[in-house]
Write a protein that binds this ligand. Structure first.
Ligand code: AMP
Ligand code: ZN
Ligand code: FE
Ligand code: FE
Length: 284
């Protein structure tokens, strides 16, 4: 069943395939009424998404980002909701994070070439265009070159975290990203937490840093996982949110925007909390 809320989606401003306007149109057509655009380290799609949002009655765009952060041995993704694209300090940070992606993407391509996989950095940049460049763009170059059948195989075989061509980039810690989101007036929400080890300890640290929400209703999480995370969120006083993490790059079984079991009560709780944020005027 489609939900009226989707708090996690990607456009061509990072590694999604739909332009911000196309994504907004798709989400609205699916019945989504509260929709966050959360591109990786970028708010560059927000202006276009807002213009498209104005065409849909009863639809609210929530400007956001997704930031990659690191803890020992694992990647932790943090959503920043209700962040202003006009916030110059935020933009300084996001530009720095995107610059780190360029050096790291180039490094991954060099490693691949060392392994005899002769894709080029120029082609990856063409695929990415103006976007915040990421591994999915490299994966697309690998598919195009006939090195793997699907994007997901590129991660399994070469560029996943433990893959032979993986290269790390400079990242913040999760607590640093939470503090930065809160300082910029937004709401921090831990993304896809199901596989994180020692989740309770991490949540204790991140709620202390000011994190207010966590994804519970995520993409293809099983009913039991959703229930476990719902209880975990409740225990830590976190708003249970969630999203489709729609990219449009993973083939036909990828859930469309809004295709998550997020209940209306979660949207209501989000709106209550958003109304108390320094950036409350951004949710309209
Ligand atoms: P990056 O931001 O460059 O580190 O790439 C991370 C993005 O790659 C995630 O947001 C996903 O869209 C995608 N991704 C990460 N791991 C996988 C995987 N195992 N299979 C498919 N896509 C993945
Ligand atoms: Zn992505
Ligand atoms: Fe993510
Ligand atoms: Fe995502």
């Amino acid at each position: 069943m489609a939900s009226k809320g989707d708090f996690h989606t990607h456009s061509t401003a990072s590694d999604g395939v739909l332009s911000p306007a196309e994504l907004v149109d798709l989400a609205a057509s699916q019945g989504v009424r509260y929709h966050a655009l959360t591109d990786h380290d970028s708010t560059e799609g927000i202006a276009e998404a807002r213009a498209a949002a104005a065409r849909h009655a009863g639809y609210t765009l929530i400007p956001g980002v997704e930031m990659g952060t690191d803890i020992e041995g694992a990647e932790v993704h943090m959503l920043g909701l209700c962040l202003s694209p006009d916030d110059e300090e935020l933009q300084v940070l996001l530009r720095r994070l995107r610059a780190g992606r360029v050096g790291r993407g180039f490094g991954i391509v060099e490693k691949l070439r060392g392994l005899g996989i002769m894709i080029t950095w120029e082609r990856v940049q063409e695929i990415a265009g103006e976007a915040s460049v990421g591994r999915p763009h490299i994966a697309q170059a690998l598919v195009e070159g006939g090195y793997v059948p699907k994007v997901a195989d590129a991660f399994d075989r070469w560029i996943g975290r433990n893959g032979p061509a993986y290269v790390e980039r400079d990242k913040m810690t999760p607590a640093e990203s939470v503090r930065c989101i809160v300082e910029r007036g937004g709401m921090a929400c831990l993304a896809h937490p199901a596989d994180l080890h020692d989740l309770d300890a991490l949540l204790a640290e991140l709620t202390a840093a000011g994190m207010a929400a966590m994804e519970v209703f995520y993409k293809d999480y099983a009913t039991e996982t959703v229930e476990r995370l719902r209880q975990t969120a409740e225990r830590h006083g976190l708003l249970p949110l969630g999203g489709s993490d729609y990219h449009g790059i993973f083939g036909n079984d990828e859930p469309l925007p809004g295709n998550i079991p997020l209940p209306d009560s979660a949207i209501e709780r989000f709106l209550d909390a958003a109304a108390r944020l320094p950036n409350r005027d951004l949710v309209r």
